[in-house]
Ligand binder design. Sequence first.
Ligand code: SF4
Ligand code: MG
Length: 332
Amino acid sequence: RKKILQVHHVKKYFPMDRGKQLKAVDDVTFHVYKGETFGLVGESGCGKSTIGRTIMGLYNKTAGEVIFKGRDVHALTEREKHAFYREMQMIFQDPYASLNPRLTVREIISEPMEVHRLFPNKRKQNARVDELLEEVGLNRDHANRYPHEFSGGQRQRIGIARALALDPEFIIADEPISALDVSVQAQVVNLLKTLQTEKGLTFLFIAHDLSMVKHISDRIGVMYLGHLVELTESDTLYDDPLHPYTKALLSAIPIPDPDIEEKRERIILKGELPSPIDPPSGCVFRTRCPVAMDICARKTPTWQEAKPDHFVACHLYNENGPKVNIQGHNKV
Ligand code: SF4
Ligand code: MG
């Protein structure tokens, strides 16, 4: 499989008062294969949006590399960056805030086409806007209306049409359904799936819980306080999670099958999410981990392949680490 994106030891720190730093993203490494959906999951404040924006080049990185199709995103010239945005686009969480209320739907979708001078004339451009509206389940009659005239789900469709306007290969969807009613979430997810199949799109799908992500992602990375803590195939993550944090996240998803329900107790994490300005020593999850050990405060667990294609950062799985029964979801 071809890697379209490589995120290599990326750090993004924001300077704070009195010489402190907010470590939003702290040494994150993963890659995305062409044509897949890679889910990035974690509580709000874990750094997943910051990763998305750093990949897009909207934020400078503090350290590491973002390689898209063999090229370092943060080393592109202005001209190259312009071309890069034809290949990578973003869908945002809040379709209310991300669409300019003073522009018509046609103007919103046309804007990137105009910036990139995609069409020789308005007629061709308008025809493409009409086509895009149909591709996202709206129609040309919607083109002359304003964002406030639409529901949340329809607005997100407009956001998707705009992201598709340049015919990109890669889309970062930053919590695209989190602000929507549950009843329309599945519709938007299905639309994204259909578009992916039709256009061969690659998605980085960012979300704060696993419930929807596990259905649409091929692989999933779990983030906690700026760190990736586990990464593997979606099914494997669900059936055989390794990291105590992943187990807690999974335990929060209701399971319709009563046989499975028996095996999966709800794990309530103690305490609050620590501040990324002053993260815990050793393992960043240790202040809330139900099975934390002495070594967890002293040593940062290494990111390692505990099983084939299954990565985790936790001392339970270190070669020299303590031998603990780690089977099942409930026995963390
Ligand atoms: Fe818990 Fe220690 Fe593993 Fe961190 S390294 S998740 S504190 S057991
Ligand atoms: Mg966010």
